[in-house]
Structure formats: structure tokens, C-alpha cells
Write a protein that binds this ligand. Structure first.
Ligand SMILES: *Cc1c(COP(=O)(O)O)cnc(C)c1O
Length: 471
């Protein structure tokens, strides 16, 4: 493509984007496709000669949109949403046009300074005390990896990067059985290993058994291990498990553990003061992650990683002599020293656009609607004779299953069929989890453009499709 054509194609792309948004709710949320169907439509090798943009664009329209699961569909109720608010999409277009590499202050002064400001706006928005600083990582998995690496380095007197782990002390990290597998993966990558992640059982309310944690730490110390860190879960992915943040942070402080709070999904809800009781005591944590790209609308990838003492993160991840390190207190910071990759995208721009285009009140209204609508649906399903609630709403997440009273087959099989049938129907999209050996269907309200009528369609679709399976 000739550079002179850029304006034309960029306008075409904008028009396409607007049309896509306008028609998105007419599409099935998840396409009905066999694996490989799209791959077969792509040429087997790269072209030697340039193709015309006309052809490239036509192939995009022919092949890609119908082969996508539409995450911005208002009736996407699966996983956790990955919202891209329209204003954030515009900011991403602009960031894409500048295509800056934001590794150092001097490679991106405005991006770095906007990042410092946006992290602080978000800190205020979710009610964290002054003093927390932070950065935008790509994903929560990366933020958790950075925290786990910090646990390791802190426990090894900041020498693990140098010596490696061979013949070093054996370190332990603790997390509940409800935490996300990104914690396990971070243990693999950090070299501490899966066996040194101690999974503490859950209590009946799905929070980490605090007494069990204290016992595990004492046993580990007696056996010669060094307890290094604790991962606290606020809103687990499966069914929304929540740990007692205050109690766990108090133990961590007494036991000299570095604490990381994973609130990847639920953290967005903390812009509403009435939900902050879910993480009461969080100000004592060392590290906190939440994903504005999930519920808030900042679009992938945007993970806000807050730390109480950036020096520990920088000591773990900066590969510069000490005299070059800066921690942002003077407004001068190289964010590549706060993360694993060197290169970084300009993520703060979409947060700036998002927060200004909707305001905290606009974002709170959406989150409150989602919670209310989810509770309403849970109530409606509970009132139907052939449905049961498996886990009650935690914010906007609950799970249910279809259990007709006279049904004689296996309910797990029936509900697995139900999820497939609902998703093939296309009006809504749901995913499942296992809870107490029951196959439970998760329902999460949270799409940015969702409206009240969408919850009615959800109820209607679930009941209709379920009853068609057994009727
Ligand atoms: C989504 C999620 C993650 C992983 O987030 P990524 O940003 O995709 O790495 C981790 N923990 C929890 C609780 C989550 O909900």
C-alpha cells in the first residue's frame, strides 16, 4: 500500500468500525464454526507480490467478522467481559497511529507522564490511599508474575536474579484454592516451581481458611522453607471467591510475607464505594492488580498494577545500575523497569479518554446496573421449578443449573449440552464451571453497552433452550 492511500483506508476502516458497532447485536454472539474452517480460507503462504488494499479489505470483510466471537456484543455473559468502550477504541486508533514505544520517559514523555497521572486517577477512583503508585501491565498474568518475582527477590535478599535458584533457599508462596491459574504459571516462570505454591483450602464462604494458612506457614518454617509471599483473591474467576483481605494482610505482615491482591475482574467495581467492603483492609497489601480492560471498558490490554513501594518492583526488574533508577517520585520514571518486557505500548491514552468520556458516575451506573440485573436474573431462575442457583451472585456473577424435578439422566451431562445449545442458538453466550462436583453454568453481566432488555432476552433464551432439550 502506498502511503498516499493511508487517509482513504483509514476512513474506510473507521466507517467499517462504526457499522460493525451498529449491527453487532444482530450477530450471533459466538459463531457456529468447526475448528479449521477459517484457516482453510487463508492462503497457504505469503504473497511474493503486493496485493491491492481493495482485495485485502474485501477478504477481511468476507472471512474475519463472521468467524469472530463478539466480545462487544451486549449479550456476552461468558467468562469475564473484555470491554472496549467506544471512546477507548478511538484512543486506541490514535495510539496506533503514533505507534510509540513507551519503554523510557525519553522515548515517550507524554505517554509516561499520562501513565503516572492515569494510574493515580484510578487509584483515587477505587479508593486506594495516597502512596500507592503503579503502572499499566499488559495483563493481570504479567502483573502477578511481577509480584511473584518480587516475592522471590525480596526473600533472597535481592540476589536471585544474579545467582539463579540452584542450591538456594526453598521459598514458599501461599494462595487459596480459588485463585487463578496465572498464579501457578507465575510460580513456573519464576523458577520457584509449582510444588512451592501452597494451595490453602477454602472455607464454606469460599474464602481462604485463615487458620489453615497460619498452620501451613508454621509447618513450612519448621521444615526449613522460607515463606516469601501471599496471593489474595478478590473475585475468583470460577465463582467469584473472595478472601478476607484484612485478616490475610495482617498475617502477612506478622510473617514478613509480600502480599499481592488479584482483583483482576472485581477491582473495577471498587469505583462504587458500596462494594469496597469486599476488599476491606486492602491498603495493607504490597501489590494490587485489576484489569480496566475487563469490566471498566479500557479495551485489551490494560492491567493496572499498583504497588505500595515501587522500589521493590524496580529492584526486581530494572536492569540498570542503581544510580539510574528512579521511582517516579520526581515525575521521572522509566516504566520498562517496572515490568518484564522492555517495549511497551501507549496504554494510558485509552484510560484518559475512557474516564473523561463517561465520568466515574457513568461507569458506576453501568456496574450498578450489571449487579442489579444479574441479581434479578438469579431471582427469576430460582423461582422457576426446573432451575436451581448453584452459587449466589457475587457482584454480577452467579451460577445456575437446569434440574427438572423428574429428570432421570445425569444433570452434568444435561447442563453441558445446555451450554452448547445456548451458544449455538447465538442470542446469548455463556460458559460453565465445576462447583461441588456440579456442572454449573456461569452468568456474568458486564458488557459496556448492555441494556435492561438484554437481561430479559437472557432469561427467555435460557428457559426456552433448556426446555427444548427435555421437552
Ligand atoms: C481474568 C483474570 C486473570 C487473568 O487476567 P489476564 O489479564 O487475562 O492475564 C487473573 N485473575 C483473575 C481473578 C481473573 O479474573
Amino acid at each position: 500500500m502506498d502511503k498516499s492511500e493511508f487517509r482513504k483506508w483509514s476512513h474506510r476502516a473507521s466507517d467499517w468500525s462504526a457499522d460493525y458497532q451498529d449491527g453487532i447485536d444482530k450477530r450471533p454472539v459466538r459463531p457456529r464454526l468447526q475448528p479449521g474452517a477459517i484457516g482453510r480460507m487463508i492462503d497457504a503462504g505469503p504473497p511474493e507480490e503486493a496485493h491491492a488494499m481493495e482485495d485485502i479489505f474485501a477478504d477481511f470483510e468476507r472471512i474475519i467478522p463472521d468467524g469472530m466471537t463478539h466480545w462487544q456484543h451486549p449479550r456476552f455473559f461468558a467468562y469475564f467481559q473484555s470491554n472496549a468502550a467506544p471512546a477507548a477504541i478511538i484512543a486506541e486508533q490514535l495510539a496506533g497511529a503514533m505507534a510509540a514505544q513507551c519503554m523510557l520517559w525519553q522515548t515517550s514523555p507524554a505517554a509516561t507522564e499520562l501513565e503516572i497521572a492515569m494510574i493515580d486517577w484510578l487509584r483515587q477512583a477505587i479508593g486506594l490511599p495516597e502512596g500507592f503508585q503503579g503502572t499499566f501491565q499488559d495483563t493481570a498474568s504479567t502483573a502477578t508474575l511481577c509480584a511473584i518475582l518480587t516475592m522471590r527477590e525480596r526473600a533472597l535478599g535481592w540476589s536471585g536474579n544474579q545467582t539463579g535458584l540452584f542450591e538456594r533457599e526453598r521459598l514458599r508462596v501461599y494462595a487459596s484454592e480459588g485463585t487463578h491459574t496465572s498464579v501457578d504459571k507465575a510460580m513456573w516462570v519464576s523458577g520457584m516451581g509449582q510444588d512451592n505454591l501452597v494451595h490453602i483450602p477454602l472455607r464454606d464462604d469460599l474464602s481462604m481458611d485463615v487458620a489453615g494458612l497460619e498452620r501451613a506457614i508454621a509447618e513450612d518454617r519448621a521444615a526449613g522453607y522460607i515463606p516469601a509471599g501471599l496471593v489474595v483473591c478478590v473475585g475468583g474467576t470460577s465463582i467469584g471467591a473472595i478472601d478476607d483481605v484484612g485478616a490475610l494482610c495482617a498475617i502477612a505482615e506478622r510473617e514478613n510475607l509480600y502480599t499481592h491482591v488479584d482483583a483482576a475482574w472485581a477491582g473495577s467495581a471498587m469505583i462504587c464505594p458500596e462494594f469496597r467492603h469486599f476488599w476491606a483492609g486492602v491498603e495493607a497489601a504490597d501489590s494490587i492488580v485489576f484489569n480496566p480492560h475487563k469490566w471498566l471498558g479500557a479495551s485489551m490490554e490494560c492491567s493496572a498494577h499498583f504497588v505500595r513501594d515501587p522500589e521493590m518492583l524496580v529492584k526486581t526488574l530494572a536492569i540498570h545500575p542503581e544510580f539510574l533508577k528512579t521511582y517516579g517520585k520526581d515525575g521521572f520514571v522509566n516504566f520498562s523497569e517496572w515490568s518484564v518486557p522492555l517495549g511497551r505500548r501507549f496504554r494510558a491514552l485509552k484510560v484518559w479518554f475512557l474516564l473523561r468520556a463517561y465520568g466515574l458516575e457513568g461507569l458506576r451506573r453501568r456496574i450498578r446496573d450489571h449487579v442489579r440485573w444479574s441479581e434479578w436474573l438469579a431471582g427469576r431462575l430460582a423461582a422457576e421449578p426446573d432451575f436451581e442457583i448453584v452459587t449466589k451472585p457475587m457482584l454480577s456473577l452467579f451460577s445456575f443449573r437446569y434440574a427438572p424435578p423428574d429428570y432421570e439422566g445425569d444433570l452434568n451431562t444435561l447442563n453441558r449440552q445446555l451450554v452448547e445449545a445456548i451458544n449455538d442458538d447465538g442470542r446469548i453466550y455463556l460458559t460453565q464451571t465445576m462447583f461441588d462436583e456440579k456442572l454449573a453454568i456461569r452468568f456474568v453481566a458486564g458488557q459496556f453497552e448492555m441494556e435492561e432488555q438484554d437481561i430479559d432476552i437472557a432469561l427467555k433464551t435460557i428457559c426456552e433452550v433448556a426446555r427444548s432439550l427435555t421437552g
